[in-house]
Design a protein around this ligand. Structure first.
Ligand SMILES: Cc1cc2nc3c(=O)[nH]c(=O)nc-3n(C[C@H](O)[C@H](O)[C@H](O)COP(=O)(O)O)c2cc1C
Length: 340
């Protein structure tokens, strides 16, 4: 936030010019992926969900949360079960200079030791609200707070009530925005994200939105056009790009082309090569070569979809262990390095 204040910019200024952002994506959306996305026109990023106790206990969890100057504006996303712990985690995010603190009440991964966390808190509204309250007390007005929700735990009327209770509480506690994924927790990733739910939501909360509360939408954004379809159909103020940007930072550039009235252009092989190299090098700097090799295999599989010989390239990326292997795949399939 200090970086934002120094630059004279607000953490949600990007909404007006480029109403889309990179979602939290566990196992993917690290600083390397975020910096590549930003270079392609993504104006705001969310970290993957960080477990509060990993932050509080220092070590690797805390190290992974550190930010570089180029990685703003950014929301640090927290997930946890205990109000005191998640509140302590939120204070750490403020100290680490996050611009926004985002609370995850959406993750469908099963609860641990009978304690709810993530999306499972949608079935325990008192606990969810206690968490939102504790974070609000800890963060105060230091940075804006937002929340990530699924549209419900399941399709029952009781869970619909829970959703609205939690969202109303967040607004009452001074939260500045919500991203709603139009699937239920039970649905996980199966079946469509229910965009009409988002449409109803923006109508129901029109006054809150007029008062400065942000409603962002998530689910089934796999093309740049889908961003604008969601904006148009639902009235959300911005769209969260999730699976659609893994191995595809060009989706942000293409969204800008649409804004400028141009047809979106696919990345050339040379552009793909540059991004593949840049992403791996950033990943090595962040994680070291061994872990970067493991991470980048997943990305390579996704990146290969842009290549005319996608299957062969995918197989080659699967075998990559280090930066030298990565460069060899690039040399074989993406042409010679550009002359610098
Ligand atoms: C592998 C994976 C990891 C995810 N991790 C997070 C996360 O850490 N935080 C979060 O808010 N959402 C997370 N999500 C949910 C996405 O942000 C998004 O809401 C969801 O994928 C729906 O959008 P899509 O259908 O366009 O992919 C994750 C989704 C996937 C597929």
């Amino acid at each position: 936030m200090q970086a934002m204040i120094a630059s004279g910019k607000g953490p949600f200024d990007w909404v007006a010019g480029s109403p889309f952002f990179q979602a939290g994506l566990a196992g993917y959306s690290d600083a390397a992926m975020r910096l590549v996305a930003r270079r392609h026109g993504c104006g705001y990023c969310i970290t993957e969900a960080m477990l509060d106790h990993f932050l509080i206990h220092g070590g690797k969890g805390l190290k992974a949360a550190e930010l570089c100057d180029a990685d703003h504006p950014i929301a640090g996303q927290l997930m946890g079960s205990h109000p005191e712990e998640i509140a302590a985690g939120s204070k750490i995010l403020v100290e680490l200079d996050y611009d926004v603190v985002d609370i995850n009440l959406a993750c469908p991964v099963k609860k641990i030791k009978k304690k709810c966390r993530g999306g499972h808190l949608l079935s325990a509204p008192e606990e969810a609200i206690a968490i939102l309250d504790a974070v609000a007390q800890a963060v105060g007005s230091d940075v804006p707070m937002t929340v990530k929700l699924r549209r419900g735990y399941d399709d029952s009327p009781e869970m619909a009530d829970n959703f609205y209770r939690i969202l109303d509480a967040a607004i009452g506690l001074g939260y500045k925005g919500v991203t709603v994924h139009g699937r239920t927790v039970q649905q996980k990733y199966i079946g469509p994200s229910k965009w009409p739910f988002l449409t109803e939501l923006t109508k129901r909360y029109a006054d809150a939105m007029a008062g400065g509360f942000h409603i962002f939408g998530s689910g089934d954004i796999f093309s740049p056009q889908a961003i604008f379809d969601m904006l148009g159909q639902t009235g959300v103020q911005a769209v969260s790009v999730a699976r659609g940007c893994i191995g595809n930072p060009w989706i942000f550039q293409q969204a800008h082309q649409i804004i400028q009235g141009q047809a979106p252009t696919p990345p050339t092989i040379a552009e793909q090569r540059d991004v593949l190299l840049e992403h791996f090098e950033l990943s090595v700097a962040l994680h070291g070569e061994k872990q970067a090799g493991r991470m980048m295999r997943k990305f390579g599989i996704k990146f290969s979809q842009h290549h005319p010989s996608g299957e062969a390239v995918k197989d080659a990326f699967i075998r990559v262990k280090n930066l030298a292997d990565w460069r060899a795949v690039l040399d074989e399939h993406y042409g010679e390095p550009a002359m610098l």
